[in-house]
Ligand binder design. Structure first.
Ligand SMILES: *Cc1c(COP(=O)(O)O)cnc(C)c1O
Length: 394
């Protein structure tokens, strides 16, 4: 930002102003979108000395700088820098590659986003990095799983699909005692509702495809680092040749400006619908840490300041036909995996397919909802219709 405000800016103010400097761009509100590869040097001496503010499109443009600066400011003072990646999964794999190498061992939450596991079982295994999956509820008990070569601990809270809360400060204390790096997938809460660097995280990952983009129309990811991990992160990004297309960076910047109004709406509507679902006779449990009934509620209340629109439910045992009838009846919930856009979604999922450290034995079929920006009353009416179709299909 060009001028310093009178009071330290609140997150909503940061989201509007971070990374913008209209004075630098003839007064236009937004930074220009540089479509760029080659950069020309003014003189032979400059070329030989590589003397230039910008040297190559892949190494950064005013557009990428604006986005990096904005994301860094939103993370807070303990964040030393941000790397931009072409997807959330690229952000995860890059952060892992920056944290461990041949002969190392890492600890991975059993409730992690499934493609994160696939990376560990594929690329990491071939490289000679071994992975132990741990109970997401392990807390400080994780100390028992450390080996002499344990280099990193990966956390994600709440768990993907299953929504377990992790005691991240407790895990981070143990990891730092043992000299290991703490990586977190913070896509669910975003830095608006969970401040990773204040809770002991060294590398924080976001799938910007989700709430930063906010409109289901970009692929984008980012990794924020503290001072200790920033050099390794930047080196990995540069040597892998990773960069983001200018139009997606521009849409990520645009998404940031409205995140401060979108997320509270996802939070409120999501919680309202979660509470409504909790009262339904068809539902055994709602997996949403902001609900008082959730086993992770105390941790959520201690460490988080909000929730997004994503949660799951466990249905009473019923036929596949009845669940399909429920889903097919819904008019306002699309059936799609990638959430964080303005629209509501539902998917049927089964964590038992891939979990290895902890059993996943729900009482019945499990559905994950993303509550979008629609009127929550309309969404509830749609869900009522779904339950009626479910009853009829039994
Ligand atoms: C979607 C998602 C990702 C991956 O993001 P992409 O941009 O689809 O690669 C990573 N982590 C979590 C928790 C996600 O939900």
């Amino acid at each position: 930002m060009a001028k310093t405000p009178k009071t330290p800016p609140k997150p909503e103010t940061q989201l509007v102003n971070a990374g913008r400097d209209p004075k630098a761009y003839h007064g236009f509100v937004n930074p220009p979108v540089y479509h760029a590869s080659t950069v020309l040097y003014p003189t032979a001496a400059d070329q030989v000395a590589h003397r230039a503010r910008y040297s190559y499109g892949r190494r950064g443009t005013p557009t990428s700088e604006a986005l990096e600066n904005a994301l860094r400011e939103i993370e807070g003072d303990k964040c030393a820098g941000v790397a931009l990646l072409p997807s959330g999964l690229a952000a995860i794999s890059t952060a892992l590659l920056a944290s461990a190498g041949a002969g190392d061992h890492i600890l991975m939450s059993d409730s992690v986003y499934r493609p994160t596991r696939t990376f560990c079982e594929g690329v990491f295994k071939r490289m000679g990095v071994t992975t132990t999956y741990y109970d997401p509820l392990i807390g400080a008990g994780i100390a028992a799983l450390f080996k002499p070569n344990t280099k990193a601990v990966f956390v994600e809270a709440p768990g993907s699909q299953s929504f377990e809360m992790q005691d991240i400060p407790a895990i981070a204390r143990v990891a730092h005692d043992k000299g290991a790096t703490v990586l977190m997938d913070n896509t669910w809460a975003t830095p608006l509702y969970f401040k990773p660097f204040e809770k002991g995280v060294d590398l924080s990952i976001q799938a910007g495809t989700k709430y930063i983009g906010g409109h289901s129309d970009i692929m984008f990811g980012c990794v924020s680092a503290n001072a200790k991990m920033l050099p390794a992160l930047k080196e990995t990004v540069y040597t892998m040749g990773l960069c983001v297309g200018p139009d997606d960076m521009n849409l990520a910047l645009r998404g940031l400006r409205t995140m401060g109004v979108r997320l509270p709406r996802h939070f409120q509507s999501g919680l309202q619908i979660a509470r409504w679902l909790e009262q339904r006779p068809e539902v055994v449990r709602v997996l949403h840490p902001a609900l008082e009934s959730d086993p992770g509620h105390a941790i959520w209340q201690r460490d988080f300041t909000g929730a997004c629109g994503l949660f799951s439910i466990v249905l009473k045992p019923t036929s596949e036909k009845a669940v399909y009838a429920f889903m097919d009846e819904l008019a306002l919930f699309g059936m799609g995996f990638s959430w964080g856009g303005f629209e509501s979604l539902v998917i049927l999922f089964d964590c038992a397919e891939y979990r290895t450290a902890t059993p996943w034995k729900p009482e019945g079929p499990t559905l994950r909802f993303h509550i979008g920006l629609e009127d929550p009353g309309d969404l509830i009416a749609d869900l009522e219709g779904g339950f009626a179709a479910m009853a009829a299909a039994k």
